[in-house]
Design a protein around this ligand. Structure first.
Ligand code: AQP
Length: 347
């Protein structure tokens, strides 16, 4: 099919190989990847290793973490034959398109990105240029495949909006050559963020005002996909709560961030709603709810952790899956990149 035969629906998303993959990454992103592969014919799930090096990564650890994220996708149920699993650095189009987008995006747009402000903190002058330009590379990741749907956690919403702005500005700046090349509705689609459900922002187990994160200093703040049953149970037991019991209605969770987080996690893991969870546990103390949550978390997460460990025992097999995925990702991206270069005026 020629590129200008129309836009096909396509899913793209990525996860950084920066270690400590956690329940937030699973519920906010990876689990959705699995659901979407039934609904869409074309899904690309990318281990975004070029994003990872925007902050220092030990090279040997990075290699291990790339394999670990790949293993997490497969262990969670993504089918690498039907869909595409690959690592970003094997497809050169990501870097090429990012450069063109660097020249489309405006400094003012990037200056508004809250994640850069959070990650660079007080040492902005010392942050890498890559960390600042990160959202532009993310726009390139998505648009290199002209992807239309992007499942992500709530924290990525602002970056998705930027990708939409970049797509729109590219279509406008190059409207004439785009039309001449036969693309009647613009060249890039406006990718839709898929952010829904009770686990779009899983919070730290130690502080309900912070999101669960790979880089948090305390390992007790997150449930890692690699945690064994005992560790999961210990972390839930030690999770911060308040002295009150669980309310029977959702409004009783207002102002109780830690309680709400645990209820949200239970609802997400059991594929139910906050209302259902409170119907079952309303009026009970955390001393009764936490063991139930532990049991559920272990039942859902341990098989994934076990399968990840099994896959990690054969790194050659994982590398083969990534190589095969990269070949198929290039097949989709090369005609897009060729068209973009023509539109921009490169020979
Ligand atoms: N706490 C979270 N709740 C729901 N979704 C989350 N995601 C991350 N944290 C949560 C989603 O997971 C996907 C992959 O994230 P990433 O690895 O690309 O980067 P991140 O958002 O920076 O992840 P971390 O774990 O929080 O790492 P650090 O500590 O480095 O900031 C994304 O879809 C993300 O929304």
């Amino acid at each position: 099919m020629a590129l200008n035969d129309g836009m096909i629906e396509r899913v793209f998303s990525g996860v950084q190989p920066t270690g400590n993959l956690h329940l937030g990454n699973y519920l906010g992103a990876i689990r959705k990847f699995v659901d979407l592969q039934q609904k869409f014919d074309s899904c690309l799930y990318c281990v975004v290793d070029m994003h990872a090096i925007t902050v220092w990564q030990d090279p040997a650890e990075l290699t291990k973490n790339i394999r670990e994220v790949t293993a997490s996708f497969i262990a969670s149920g993504v089918d690498p034959k039907k869909h595409i699993i690959f690592n970003q650095s094997q497809v050169s189009g990501h870097a090429e398109l990012a450069w063109i987008f660097n020249c489309v995006a405006r400094m003012g747009w990037l200056n508004r990105m809250t994640q850069f402000k959070e990650k660079a903190g007080k040492h902005k002058e010392n942050a890498s240029v890559g960390l600042y330009a990160y959202p532009v590379l993310m726009a390139a990741d998505i648009l290199l495949y002209r992807a239309t749907h992007v499942p992500v956690g709530e924290d990525q919403k602002q970056h998705l909006e930027l990708a939409r702005d970049i797509a729109q500005k590219f279509n406008k700046d190059f409207a004439e050559p785009i039309a001449e090349a036969g693309f009647a509705d613009g060249f890039f689609p406006q990718p839709d963020p898929l952010i829904a459900g009770t686990a779009t922002r899983v919070m730290s187990l130690k502080d309900g005002s912070q999101k669960m994160s790979k880089s948090a200093a305390s390992d007790l703040s997150r449930i890692n996909l690699s945690d064994d049953a005992e560790t999961i149970a210990k972390k839930i037991r030690k999770a911060r709560t308040d002295p009150d019991g669980l309310p029977s209605e959702e409004k009783g969770l207002e102002g109780r961030a830690e309680a709400r987080n645990l209820v949200n996690i239970y609802a997400a893991l059991s594929d139910s709603t906050v209302e259902d969870v409170l119907k079952q546990y309303g009026g009970q103390q955390f001393s009764a709810f936490k063991p139930a949550l532990s049991e559920l978390a272990v039942a859902k997460m341990k098989p994934i952790g076990d399968e990840m460990n099994r896959l990690m025992d054969d790194p050659g097999h994982i590398d083969e899956i990534l190589r095969d995925g990269a070949v198929r990702a290039r097949e989709i991206s090369q005609p897009v990149m060729k068209a973009v270069k023509g539109i921009v005026g490169f020979i």
